[in-house]
Write a protein of this length. Sequence first.
Length: 162
Amino acid sequence: MNKFGIWFTALQERERRVVIAGAAALAALLLVGGVLMPLHAAATAAAQRRDKARRDLQWMRANAPQIRSGAAQMRQQSGEPPVVLVDRTAREAGLASAIRGTQPSGSAGVRVQLEAAPFDKMINWLGVLDRRYGLAVESITIDRAARTGTVNANVSFTQPPH
């Protein structure tokens, strides 16, 4: 810092004013370009995201009844008894070798026993039954099987009345 002071004091008065003005201009440029403009851009982007989220929420609230009724209609009505539906979809999901038993439970329920079922396939299958056919898991017990990535499971499904 001492070298700068010696250099600065050696300048003529006019040169010092030019250096001070240049330093002030550089500081202002750095402040505006390096801090204020990015801060303003970030605030503007956040405000736009907030406004879009509000519009989306308003649309969802206005269309909620229609969306709910559409979801119920999207569920496929296969016409099959739940026990047949569960067995068929399990086989389609690649769980045929894991099925150890499928039996009706009540008027609209099914109980399934799986042994050494690939966990990922089983989870996807449960999702398909819920989303496409409206079968909900009433109870489930899952135990780790001997082979990595496989499970033994007992699942009870219920089908809500239409």
